[in-house]
Design a protein around this ligand. Structure first.
Ligand code: NAD
Length: 444
């Protein structure tokens, strides 16, 4: 079986390499010539643990090709649509222009028996709209027409290779009738390795498959904002949100995962996905069902305000003339993705208040600089910390967790620290002479 992947970003490039590693012939197309050039050279265009090694392995097999030309996709049995679906400018809705551009470019090259499997995160109803578009433009026999299925992706950046090869579950939404049954059989063949490893494969209708993805992200965002709302209450009462999370997390119905109070969520998925989900609910006349997601979003952005306030407090009420060391630019550790990164947003706000901000990150500095060119970036951790009046830990990279409070106290101008992710041992830092603050905890 031959597969194609359209869009070679964090999702598509990893999916293409992973499928080639399973033995499929894969051709991946992107419109970004620089990205395709790098991938052809075997160089990952982003940082993702394990991806370089996977790429090197599969490039050596000759089973994976990278292309700028849709004609190269023509003989594929299954086309995986993996282009971006960012937030539309000036709106909360998803911007589907890349999806439609890709569909239009693909249609002339589709075989009648091809399956188009959407993996991008899209508003419910998109799969049916794409199927309609194909049906309206199809020149051949209307009984032999490509089938559109939705196969949402649940990978986590930082674990993308592992999650792609061994996901928790696979969801495939197919249309009713024989065409849908045939497409489901094709998808079972594509994922035969995972199915053989007892990974659940759920076949459902297309709207359910589209909704599974946004529902999962809405739940995760809600869980983070729930604990961050508790952090606000803890701050008002002197309670400790980390102990609170530990204690409620022991309840198996609640669970401890995603109860890390801090500066909140960011990235290329959760923020734009909950907004697009709300916008779509409005179009469907069920906006009340998701009004809580507005609150989830507001709680999340209030945490960023709180981090700025706490840091300002630590330096005596104003950032003017103060050197501020920001540890972390990526939206999460083990990634170079800075899309809607809380760390960079907080750094930019402090810069706008007159702080002399220096940002460090082990992997994301180039992306951060492209997004916020006016901030100062320092690749050497010790140099970034040197002379700081206040340190903000905003992305919980392991090397920041491992910092020695006694040694770092020697490098900075003033030992003041905000642990925006609640990952450090506050008692050890205080014992080393630091003014130490967490998020939602006074004494942690
Ligand atoms: P990305 O921005 O990293 O990659 C998108 C790629 O699509 C880019 O390389 C871009 O050049 C390419 N592209 C744009 N228009 C194209 C076209 N017409 N033809 C071919 N290629 C085109 O985005 P991403 O993070 O990989 O996300 C892609 C989709 O997957 C989004 O819908 C996202 O919500 C979803 N998703 C992402 C993740 C993740 O962790 N990144 C996880 C699950 C789902």
């Amino acid at each position: 079986m031959k597969l194609s992947v359209i869009g070679a970003g964090y999702l598509g490039a990893v999916h293409a390499a992973a499928m080639a590693s399973l033995g499929f012939d894969v051709v991946a197309v992107d419109v970004d010539a620089d990205r395709i050039g790098r991938l052809r050279d075997g160089a990952a265009p982003f940082y993702e643990p394990g991806f370089d090694a996977l790429l090197a392995d599969v490039m050596a097999t000759g089973r994976l090709t990278w292309s700028l030309d849709y004609a190269d996709l023509a003989d594929a049995d299954v086309h995986f649509l993996c282009v971006g679906t960012p937030q539309r400018r000036g709106s909360h809705a998803a911007d589907l222009r890349y999806v439609w551009d890709a569909v239009e470019a693909l249609i002339p090259h589709l075989r009648p028996d091809a399956v188009l499997a959407g993996k991008s995160t899209v508003p419910v109803g998109t799969a049916a709209a794409i199927a309609d578009r194909i049906a309206r433009t199809w020149q051949g026999d209307s009984d032999h027409i490509p089938v559109v299925v939705w196969n949402p992706e649940f990978l986590r950046e930082g674990f993308a290779v592992e999650d792609t090869l061994r996901p928790d579950r696979i969801v495939v939404g197919v249309p009713d009738g024989p065409a849908g049954e045939r497409a489901a059989a094709v998808m079972r063949e594509v994922y035969a390795t995972q199915v053989a490893a007892s990974i659940p494969l759920l076949v459902t209708d297309r709207p359910t498959a589209e909704l599974v993805k946004v529902a999962a992200n809405a739940f995760l965002a809600t869980k983070i904002s729930f604990i961050n709302a508790m952090a606000e209450v803890c701050e008002a009462t002197g309670a400790d949100v980390v102990t609170l999370a530990d204690a409620i997390g022991y309840d198996a119905r609640i669970g401890r995962k995603f109860l890390g109070a801090g500066v909140g969520f960011g990235g290329g998925c959760l923020p734009k996905d909950i907004r697009a989900f709300s916008a779509r609910a409005g179009e469907l006349g069920v906006d009340q069902a998701l009004t809580f997601l507005r609150e989830v979003d507001d709680i999340n952005s209030r945490r960023r305000d709180r981090a700025v306030e706490t840091a300002r407090d630590l330096v005596g009420g104003s950032f003017r003339g103060r050197r501020v060391c920001v540890l972390g630019a990526a939206f999460k550790p083990n990634s170079d993705d800075v899309r809607d990164s809380p760390a960079l947003d907080i750094a930019a706000r402090i810069h706008n208040e007159g702080g002399q901000v220096v940002v460090h990150d082990p992997k994301a500095l180039a992306n951060a600089e492209a997004r916020f060119p006016s901030l100062r970036y320092e690749p050497d951790l010790r140099a970034a910390l040197g002379g700081a009046d206040v340190v903000l830990l905003l992305t919980e990279w392991q090397e920041y967790r491992d910092l020695d409070p006694v040694a770092v106290a020697e490098w900075v101008a003033g030992p003041r620290l905000l642990d925006g992710r609640n990952v450090l041992d506050g008692a050890a830092w205080r014992a080393a002479g630091w003014s130490f603050r967490g998020m939602g905890r006074e004494h942690g």
